[in-house]
Design a protein around this ligand. Structure first.
Ligand code: UD1
Ligand code: UDP
Length: 388
């Protein structure tokens, strides 16, 4: 029996953790899963809504950390997570993605000698101004098992000198949630409630600090949106960071002036999947949405200069447009004028809805090869590392 703590903290973690916890519950003779929610995201629409929509059990432990500076938030998560690990003595801790909760919890484990698996390992934007890139690089250096979504990630890790035995290509677990929840999402009334017509609107999401905390970049994006909104309505579920920055940067009037731009609160997973799957075009700076649009075959214009998910450009429907208004408008109009041909769509290898099963297999295999696994080893490792 493997006791595993699964860590979730922010919106893009929930759809990655849900299939893993569900797979462990199906294999209850072999796995004892626990779910720890750090509380990095805490609004109903950024957290609770996902537990409901993804039919996830309530967290076993809620750390209630909330928002703060990077150092304060990371440190607070570490301080709150350490006693949980010491008490539970898990065989493994699973962290996902690239948020502050991911790095904070991985660091706690490595210092206690507890094995950590990183799901979505190896992605690199090569942009070290992104907080997520630092979280990815550091988490991958210290985790024991690196579970990658695509083979470019394996190559990145090998290029950083990480031994092949720590790396396992398992595919994209986010797509497990997408494929399993899409039929339920189609029952949502979100699109009808907003008065939108299938394939006659665009979806926008925006939350990267490089776009929304920088007034110059934000204004350039707004210029492009004014132009695109003349062609079709754009629904914009605005992230709380973005709402706050629109207000702080004095951009409210400029945003409200754009006819056809419908700013709404963030929506739950099922409502969002319905909006996304019916969109004619998606504009985003999100990581996960670049992947979801690739699988759904929807043109995606990414409002960033780089991506840690190049496979979505090489095989999928993604175009990097940066924040130059001319580039954004041109990429958007190209997407609108040339909708992808369904027969030409390509889905990256192992984005097939079965990644959670492969993650469990990788954990089992890695546990068998490491000697002295089990709670005695874990307890002695923890006690030798705790300084009183
Ligand atoms: C975080 C992740 C980012 C991820 C994004 C997904 C880090 C460094 N960043 O960015 O990688 O793409 O989540 O959404 O981990 N806020 C609320 N309510 C909430 C959550 C946040 O109002 O429930 C507001 C607060 O003002 C907070 C701000 O949003 O200060 C930023 O939240 P934070 O979690 O620090 O970063 P995100 O921008 O959400
Ligand atoms: N998402 C959602 N509601 C929204 C916006 C996004 O359910 O209003 C989902 C989206 O489908 C994807 C995930 O949230 O599964 C992406 O999270 P986000 O963009 O916040 O983070 P990132 O992927 O950039 O780290």
């Amino acid at each position: 029996m493997l006791k595993v703590i699964n860590v979730a903290g922010a919106r893009p973690n929930f759809m990655k953790v849900a299939p893993i916890v569900a797979a462990m519950k199906r294999r209850h003779a072999e796995f004892q899963p626990l779910l720890v929610h750090t509380g990095q995201h805490y609004d109903e629409a950024m957290s609770e809504a996902f537990f409901r929509d993804l039919e996830m059990p309530a967290p076993d432990v809620y750390l209630g950390i909330g928002s703060a500076s990077h150092a304060e938030q990371t440190a607070a998560i570490m301080q709150a997570f350490e006693p949980v690990v010491v008490k539970e003595k898990p065989d493994w801790v699973i962290v996902v993605g690239d948020v502050n909760s991911t790095l904070a919890c991985a660091l706690v484990c490595v210092k206690l000698g507890i094995k950590v698996a990183h799901v979505e390992a190896g992605l690199r934007s090569r942009d070290r101004t992104m907080p997520e890139e630092i979280n990815r690089l550091l988490t991958d250096q210290i985790a024991d098992l690196l579970l990658t979504p695509s083979e470019d990630a394996d190559a990145n890790l090998r290029g950083e000198g990480i031994p092949a035995e720590r790396i396992r290509f398992v595919g994209n677990v986010m797509i497990d949630s997408l494929l399993s929840q899409l039929p339920r999402a189609q029952q949502s009334s979100a699109r009808a409630n907003l008065g939108l017509v299938d394939k006659e609107y665009a979806v926008l999401t925006l939350h990267r600090p490089s776009n929304v905390d920088d007034p110059t970049a934000f204004v350039r994006v707004i210029e492009a949106l004014s132009e695109i909104a003349r062609r079709l309505p754009i629904v914009f579920p605005a992230h709380p960071r973005t709402r706050k920055m629109i207000d702080e940067l004095g951009l409210t009037a400029r945003v409200e002036k754009i006819k056809g731009l419908l700013v709404i609160d963030p929506v739950g997973y099922l409502d969002f999947l319905q909006l996304l799957s019916g969109a004619r075009l998606v504009l985003t700076d999100s990581g996960g949405i670049q992947e979801e649009t690739t699988v759904l075959g929807i043109p995606c214009v990414t409002l960033r200069e780089n991506t840690e998910r190049p496979i979505t450009v090489e095989m999928g429907t993604n175009t990097l447009a940066g924040t130059d208004p001319g580039n954004i408008v041109a990429a958007a109009f190209r997407g609108l004028n040339n909708p992808p041909n369904a027969s030409a769509l390509r889905i990256p290898p192992l984005w097939d809805g079965h990644t959670a099963d492969r993650i469990l297999e990788a954990l089992v295999a890695k546990s068998e090869v490491s000697t002295g696994s089990g709670s005695d080893r874990v307890a002695s490792s923890i006690s030798s590392r705790l300084v009183r």
